[in-house]
Design a protein around this ligand. Structure first.
Ligand SMILES: Cc1cc2nc3c(=O)[nH]c(=O)nc-3n(C[C@H](O)[C@H](O)[C@H](O)COP(=O)(O)OP(=O)(O)OC[C@H]3O[C@@H](n4cnc5c(N)ncnc54)[C@H](O)[C@@H]3O)c2cc1C
Length: 485
């Protein structure tokens, strides 16, 4: 009897997985189910091989998923190589009639998927795709004028209205399949290997070992995070989400990136959970709109596939970026001499994740104080974030640079000292992340260079804030002229 394949991609979960549920129902009627993950080096295109932190996450995530599949009495098959070769070989060796997967929205992956679909059709396999990872399909919403959205707020309002018009079903997660009927005797096929043979654990990336102290990878980890966020994070979120010294953000980003949880599951749980007395009415609305920024990033990538490579606003091509390898290294290695910037960069190195406020402050420092091209920062984040996501990373870097759609105005240059005083008022976050400053009190910790005896082991500022600000503004003059000319 011909089998059905479910191809896991950025949806490493069993619950609320439309492609998996449909495949499991097909398999009940046919020759059973083959569950497959393929590590395809071309998945995101030539320029975006998985970064080190993402590889670490994926290795743990596949272990976790394989364990969960075993608990259903089956096996998660793993392969490495071009997906088209793996899947056509599997289809030719085994009798496969249908393949289900959830859609990806990265342009290079869409192109690859189209060619997989053609190759499988030629082998008599029907490919059925599902919407599994977003609230709405990128490109599906239209502004009042009928064009695509370029501005967040009207995009978000339209998205919410769209979901409301679809009724309860749109926000009701699908159940985990009750059982999985697996295909019998799946023999060898091209690229087949085990998780260890994927080569995901990079020997050079010793730092990745410590990521395990910060994350419980997988679907259960995501649900635990959701529980604790609803208990302790959401109350106060609207005002306190900017405070890296407190624990009011959700840390859902890697779980969403790898599809251990869906935005629909999060939204639904939020709708079901009673609100506590400590919650303000804004908390939930602001939090949900953050999920909206993820959707908006996919919308922008859909409209402009060059988003990770090219300025959304071409006038920014005129910006006089500086080639400065030693400054870039100092930024990467948390040696800028500005405590909040360095504490953020160290959090990234320790945890593979950084608080949103610090992503904005550190990115602004690189782009504006050091005048280093946003693409260099994007590449570093790509390598070191466990939630590295092509759409959100590119859209956010361009937002900070001012070169993106609906971006921060270019003349908004964060002052790293006042940002620290405002968002880490007692210096607790800085102390936690920078051992060299641990003994300093407040307010000295914000400007350690002004002490009579500056702390040992911590560098003086790489650039002086006022002068750097003037240079950045002068640089933007070239952009202004280009946009007028
Ligand atoms: C320079 C820069 C680079 C970034 N790179 C990434 C990236 O590679 N991957 C990534 O997921 N996010 C990225 N972000 C967005 C944001 O910083 C993270 O999503 C957020 O900090 C994750 O923490 P959280 O889950 O606790 O967020 P919460 O505040 O709890 O928000 C909940 C969820 O909403 C989404 N979200 C929140 N803010 C944004 C945003 N500005 N853009 C898109 N989605 C958002 C995320 O999925 C997040 O998990 C970047 C932001 C900046 C400024």
């Amino acid at each position: 009897m011909p089998a059905t394949v479910f191809w896991f991609r950025n949806d490493l979960r069993l619950a609320d997985n439309p492609g998996l549920l449909a495949a499991s129902q097909d398999a009940e009627r046919g020759g059973g189910l083959i569950l497959l993950y393929i590590l395809d080096p071309q998945e995101l295109g030539d320029d975006w091989p998985l970064g080190g932190a993402a590889q670490w996450w994926l290795a743990q995530a596949l272990d976790d998923l394989a364990r969960r599949v075993r608990s259903f009495g089956g096996q998660l098959h793993i392969a490495k190589g071009p997906a088209e070769d793996v899947l056509t070989d599997l289809a030719q060796r085994h009798s496969v009639v249908r393949l289900h997967c959830n859609r990806s929205y990265v342009p290079a992956t869409c192109a690859r998927d189209a060619s997989v679909k053609r190759a499988l059709a030629a082998n008599g396999v029907e490919v059925i795709t599902h919407q599994g990872n977003v609230l709405v399909e990128p490109g599906s919403l239209r502004s009042r004028s009928g064009g695509p959205f370029k501005v967040f707020t009207p995009f978000w309002k339209t998205l919410v209205a769209e979901l409301e018009s679809c009724g309860q079903a749109a926000l009701t997660p699908l159940p985990e399949p009750g059982r999985l009927r697996f295909a019998k005797q799946v023999g060898a096929f091209r690229g087949q290997c085990d998780i260890r043979q994927l080569g995901l654990v990079d020997e050079r990336a010793r730092w990745s070992e410590k990521l395990g102290n910060h994350w419980q990878v997988g679907e259960e980890g995501a649900q635990d995070r959701l529980d604790s966020f609803l208990q302790a994070g959401i109350a106060g979120y609207a005002d306190l989400r900017n405070r890296p010294d407190l624990a009011h953000v959700s840390r859902f980003s890697p779980y969403l990136r790898w599809g251990h949880i869906t935005p629909r599951q999060i939204w639904n749980r939020l709708d079901q959970a009673p609100s506590s007395a400590a919650e303000s009415p804004r908390d939930r609305a602001v939090f949900l709109s953050e999920l909206g920024w993820r959707e908006f990033s996919y919308e922008l990538l859909h409209q402009f596939p060059e988003l990770p490579r090219a300025n959304w606003r071409p006038a920014f091509d005129a910006y006089p970026w500086q080639e400065n390898t030693s400054a870039l290294r100092a930024w990467q290695e948390a040696r800028t001499g500005y405590p909040l910037v360095d504490a953020g960069m160290r959090q990234l190195w320790q945890e593979g994740w950084m608080h949103n406020r610090l992503r904005m402050v550190t990115a602004s420092f690189l782009i504006k104080h050091l005048q280093i091209d946003w693409r260099a920062g994007q590449a570093w984040f790509w390598d070191t974030l466990v939630d590295a996501d092509l759409a959100s990373n590119a859209a956010s870097w361009q937002w900070v640079a001012g070169s993106g759609a609906d971006a921060a105005p270019y003349f908004r240059i964060f002052n790293p000292i006042t940002q620290a005083k405002k968002f880490d008022p007692e210096g607790r976050f800085i102390r936690r992340n920078l051992p060299a400053l641990r003994e300093l009190g407040t307010p000295e910790i914000f400007e350690p260079w002004s002490l009579k005896t500056p702390p040992k082991g911590y560098p003086p500022p790489l650039v002086e804030h006022g002068a750097a600000r003037q240079r950045a503004l002068a640089g933007y003059e070239a952009v202004r002229q280009a946009s007028e000319g």
